[in-house]
Structures are given as C-alpha cells and as structure tokens.
Design a protein around this ligand. Sequence first.
Ligand code: GLV
Ligand code: GLV
Length: 330
Amino acid sequence: TATDFLVTTPLPDPGMRLLEAAGTVTVAENGLTHTELADACASGDHRVVVAQLRDEFDATLLDGAKITGISNFAVGYNNIDIAAATANAIVVGNTPGVLTDATADIAVLLMLAVARRCVEADTFVRAGKFHGWEPELLLGHDVSGKTLGLAGFGRIARATARRALAFGMTVAFCPRPPGDRPVSEEELGEFAGKVRHMSWPELVDTSDYLSVHVPLNDQTHHLVDAGVLNAMKPSAILINTARGPIVDEQALVAALRDGTIAGAGLDVYEDEPRLAPGLAELPNTVLLPHVGSATVPVRSEMARRCAENAIAMARGELPPYPVNPEALAR
Ligand code: GLV
Ligand code: GLV
C-alpha cells in the first residue's frame, strides 16, 4: 500500500517529526535523480511528495504522476509546472511569509557588502595586508542618499524597502516588470508617499542599486539582460536574491568585466550550483550560496508549514498554503 509521504530531502525540525506523527514516510536519503523522481511519482507508491527546489516537476512527469500533492519546501515554485499540476489534480503548496524578513536581510547585506567591498576587505585583513589606517584604503560607494530600485513589490521587496528607507535611501519600484500595472494608495499602505512607482525602463535608468524581487516565469526570464545592463548607470550595483534565470548571467559577467555596471551581489544563479564562467574571478561581486532563508528559526518554520501542507494534502484537504487551490476541485 502507498506511503503517505515521499520526502526527497529530509526536512529540518520539526518537519520530519510532524510527518511521521501523521502518516507513513519514505525518505530518499541521497536525493533523487529526475528519472527516479518521475518513477517514484508514477509508481502509485506515494500520496504526497515533500519536495525542494532541486526537484524538477515538468509536464511529462506530472502527466504520468499518481500523486495527489507536492509540498514544496520553499516560497518559490518555479521547479513545478503549476498548470500541468492543476490539470492532473495535483495540489501544490509552498511556504510564504516566514522567510520574507530573512531574505530582505540578505538583499541588504549584499547591497552593503558590494558597496563597501566587505569580502575584499575581509580577505585583505586575513592575508596580513592591513598595515594601518590609510586615507584611500578600500573606498566604496554610499548607500544613504542613493536610489534603490525594486523590481517587484511583493512581500520581500517591501521588507527590503523598509530597511532601505531606514538607511536614508530613496526607494523606487516597478511592481510587475518588464510591464507595469497601477498601484493604489491602499496597496501602497505604509509606503504611500515614501516610495516612487516607476516604469521598468525608468527604474533601470534611475537606480544606483537595482534589486530583483519577482517570481521566475516566462515574463521574468532574463528580465535583466544585456540591454538592461547597458541602460543601467555605470556606477550601479545589481542585487539578486530571487531566482538566477531572471538575470542573464553571462551578460552580467561581461557587464561587470567591462565596467558597464559597477558590481553585483548574488544569492542565486542561472544554473545552480554552477556559476557562469568568469563570475567567480570578478572582485566586484559578492556571491552567496542561495541562503536567503537560511536561519535556524526560518527553516524550522518553513519545515512546519511544509509538513502541514503535506499532511492536509494526504487527507485530501486544502493545504494551509496552497499555490493552486483550483486543483482540488478537479
Ligand atoms: C528559496 O529560494 C525559496 O523560494 O524559498
Ligand atoms: C515572496 O514571499 C514575495 O512575495 O516576495
């Protein structure tokens, strides 16, 4: 008989405990290749898959799957073809909300780290090169008084805006780049009168720091391409804590190398865990290994929500954090 949960990667506490208390669990200790995942989904041996971002659920896999739900251990779900999941009556759940502040912290950390050359400076000290205060040692860029442009204006963008305003930055945003949409005073809420709504081209032109906070989809794939990089100020710094493929990483390497823009802070990459050739050699970048949500309390709360989603799915109920609730009606 089918186990309730197939866990592709063990969850932090209390995730596994909650799943084990609620049903039968199969854990893929060493992860699953795409073929193994497809076979496991097609076998009828598991009701719900507890998945993470490295598990790719494409339409072919989903069309052959005999599962009722996918509980993704992430807020993003670009690893899952949602339309195909819905068509196959497979409910998808995610973990929104809990990682908002932690991810905004990383966006600001990257902005400051690139601006003030934090990693270069740390390397300098550890290499024994610090021989005393110097007037022109490791000079960087200001953030106060500068303009932060936010691509997107969802939860993480807003949390980043809050932080940037506290630093005395001017904050501008484009809610749905590369297009636009109106934003009411009500939707602006606490930000009414404090942030400026701009078109995508204006935001690109104006920003001293451009930070990406949009989901990855067909509209946002390579949102930041060679053309956008060329339109940015030569002094501008790009920050990406969202998804790698939103930025054309090869074009970014070229832009950083030839001074088209001044620097970049990245937590995500186009083809994780691989980096575009040349990226790691550039001194004007700070590179993190996709750790936006990586704090002990956040990962623990994500695990709880992920388990709660999975448990509801195994019972045929709507999960607390559904991505495609319409799948349940099918
Ligand atoms: C991490 O990238 C997430 O989507 O939670
Ligand atoms: C994700 O949580 C977002 O809305 O930015």
